[in-house]
Design a protein around this ligand. Structure first.
Ligand code: TRP
Ligand code: SF4
Length: 400
């Protein structure tokens, strides 16, 4: 039980670009200093949409891990692993599937959206419908307290919470619960025991969420409790059942404002990306051929930066004086577009430099990368196996 644990995953469907770096990975790098973090390659998830082209996945897995490390994700701080190497995810997915109402899955907004959007793929499959449930298993198996995701993934975390609640409701009953919970509360010790019971009462009688949070924190911080005591107390807070699976919270990652080469949000589907580890010549070429303000036909025509995608990149990469230089130079036709683009090129190359260096280490020594992942998979497996033992026990499968 680790209410503090952060878990997130990414589907390996191609090289990562600067949008991933600014939108997701920078946040992971920050989180790894604040929480125990588990980050994994969601290769099974990728198969739900790429089941006809699985070779893309195999190629992307290692490249993506290198991209993570390149961005500064630190294997000394975070646990990095691959979903399919911890097959317990599949077992939990199967067990949860037994009691998950079909309607819950059919109503997840991404379900119909994606089928509509990815028309070239036949997504009327069992696996695709089950996508959010597999994601729920990913999260619940580590009893993660926080899931950093973008807005589009909120419904998936929401359904995860419902699934956890339902599981605890169905399987968290046990004889003598009240007495055991009381005994566990005593172990908090003196004043804390009283505070805990008061907070529980406040939450149950008045529904004050702050009391619930406070009580959870109290349980999380206590050194004197076993894992079993913690579960008892977390379940006791919500009602009179043992909380076997933990309801996670969304850590909303603010939408990245990373613009692509054409002024739209940077995204593979728009073909407007710069890869995190794109080579220098290619970065130069892509920026030099970027569209600019269409009003600037000739060098002598003044332009308007707010109508130009290059300006958006200046806002990411350039300092104040450079931005001033662009605004003035563009509007007075004092600078040419190629001249204007140079600081953007320099900014991107500067940002990429440390990434390329970190990545090089793993490209030179693939065994190093393998070791990191072996180690991460082993750590993840340990946690997953422990959860599964309890889940099986709770579901009456403890006889194996
Ligand atoms: N569905 C997520 C995405 O497409 C990837 C993912 C799979 C995930 N399992 C997860 C994210 C568990 C967070 C937690 O981005
Ligand atoms: Fe865009 Fe810069 Fe050219 Fe102005 S000078 S149109 S901001 S590239």
């Amino acid at each position: 039980m680790s209410p503090d644990r952060v878990l997130s995953g990414m589907r390996p469907t191609g090289a990562l670009h600067l949008g991933h770096f600014h939108g997701v990975l920078k946040n992971w790098v920050k989180l790894q200093d604040e929480h125990p973090c588990f980050f994994f390659v969601a290769d099974w998830h990728a198969l739900t949409t790429h089941y006809e082209s699985p070779e893309v996945i195999g190629e992307s897995v290692w490249e993506m891990l290198i991209d993570w490390l390149a961005s500064g994700v630190d294997p000394e701080k975070a646990t990095l692993f691959i979903q399919s190497r911890v097959p317990e995810h599949a077992e939990l997915f199967l067990l949860l599937s037994m009691g998950t109402p079909l309607g819950w899955l059919e109503r997840v907004p991404t379900y119909k959206d994606q089928i509509e959007k990815l028309k070239d793929k036949d997504l009327s499959t069992y696996g695709f419908l089950g996508y959010p449930l597999l994601q729920a298993a990913d999260i619940l198996i580590y009893r993660a307290g926080f899931v950093p995701v973008g807005e589009d993934q909120i419904p998936h975390v929401e359904i995860t919470r419902e699934i956890a609640r339902r599981f605890n409701y169905l399987y968290g009953r046990q004889p003598g619960f009240e007495e055991q919970a009381q005994a566990a509360a005593k172990k908090l010790g003196g004043k804390r025991t009283r505070t805990f019971l008061d907070l529980r009462k406040a939450y149950q009688e008045q529904g004050t969420d702050a009391s619930l949070e406070e009580a959870r924190a109290l349980v999380g911080q206590s050194q004197s409790l076993s894992n079993n005591d913690r579960e008892l107390l977390l379940g006791y807070l919500l009602g009179s059942r043992k909380s076997i699976l933990v309801e996670p919270q969304v850590l909303l990652t603010k939408a990245s404002r990373m613009p692509g080469l054409d002024g739209n949000k940077m995204s593979k589907s728009y073909g407007n990306t710069i890869r995190m580890r794109e080579d220098k010549e290619s970065v130069e070429k892509k920026v030099r051929t970027m569209p600019t303000d269409p009003a600037r036909v000739r060098r002598t025509d003044p332009g308007e930066p707010t109508r130009c995608p290059v300006w958006q990149l200046h806002q990411v990469y350039s300092d104040e004086p450079t931005c001033e230089w662009v605004l003035k130079g563009c509007r007075t036709a004092g600078i040419g577009c190629l001249e204007c683009k140079q600081p953007v090129i320099d900014g991107i190359l500067r940002e990429q430099q440390p990434m390329l260096e970190r990545a090089q280490k793993y490209m030179d020594q693939p065994a190093l990368l393998r070791d990191i992942v072996d180690h991460g998979c082993a750590r993840a497996s340990e946690v997953a196996r422990e959860t599964m033992r309890e889940v099986r026990e709770a579901m009456g499968l403890g006889y194996r």
